[in-house]
Design a protein. Structure first.
Length: 242
């Protein structure tokens, strides 16, 4: 974490995000094509994980349960597929409004805390950084092309949806506890020696800190849009007639 290799990977990711955002706006990339490209990136990432974590034993082939796509970022694959095929426009908008903050916050955290490591000779490292950079690009694309509207209603709804995902992760970790899974890091910290997110003061202190950090980040990413929307509506409102 924050080693020379890590900084190089962060720089490559930042350049990739900036270039794709610029090109998508300049050449007005169509939403469906962007979405399809993101799904292809998801496929590459998941296939690499399967290749890296599929173990053949005497009893047969087994995929490492800890590599299943049940982290917040990897679950975006299911949400993207849902958006690609859903016909109901309102449901699509609600889903996209949820993807924006969770992709932006979750993927940024994943780039800063690289649980897969930063070794250049590991293919999973490259696909992981590519995958999370793609999520950040898509989040920015949604806002830049006005695919979504972030307001107070969206904020409250996103908190409820994130809470549902949190409960889901507790169930999945409980079901797979024998394999030591740690989806959404509700079982323990993603890495050792992290500030705030550690077990120095016990598990419950860690858990409530994790929830608190998530809430603060969700507030920070929503508030600018809520304020901007309020100001825009206020300016558009005609002056009262005396």
């Amino acid at each position: 974490m924050f080693t020379p290799n890590h900084f190089v990977l962060l720089a490559i990711s930042a350049v990739g995000i900036a270039v794709t955002v610029f090109l998508s706006i300049k050449f007005e990339w169509k939403f469906r094509r962007v979405l399809f490209g993101c799904l292809m990136a998801c496929a590459v990432s998941e296939l690499t994980k399967i290749f890296m974590h599929f173990n053949v034993t005497e009893s047969g082939g087994v995929y490492n349960p800890g590599s299943l796509p049940f982290h917040l970022c990897s679950m975006q694959i299911f949400f993207l597929l849902f958006v690609y095929f859903v016909k109901n426009e309102r449901v699509r908008k609600i889903t996209l409004a949820f993807l924006f903050p969770t992709m932006a916050v979750g993927a940024t955290a994943a780039l800063l805390i690289p649980t897969v490591g930063v070794n250049f000779d590991n293919p999973e490292v490259w696909t992981s950084f590519m995958f999370h950079a793609m999520l950040i690009f898509f989040a920015i694309y949604l806002v830049a092309t006005k695919q979504i509207e972030i307001n107070l209603t969206a904020f409250l709804r996103n908190l409820l949806l994130l809470g549902a995902v949190f409960i889901f992760s507790i169930w999945v970790n409980s079901i797979l506890s024998v394999y030591g899974t740690n989806f959404l890091y509700v079982v323990g910290p993603p890495m050792d020696n992290l500030p705030l997110l550690n077990l120095d003061n016990g598990y419950y202190a860690y858990l409530f800190t994790l929830i608190g950090v998530a809430l603060v980040l969700m507030v920070l990413i929503h508030v600018p849009f809520i304020i901007a929307g309020y100001v825009k509506k206020k300016r558009a409102k005609p002056d009262a007639v005396d």
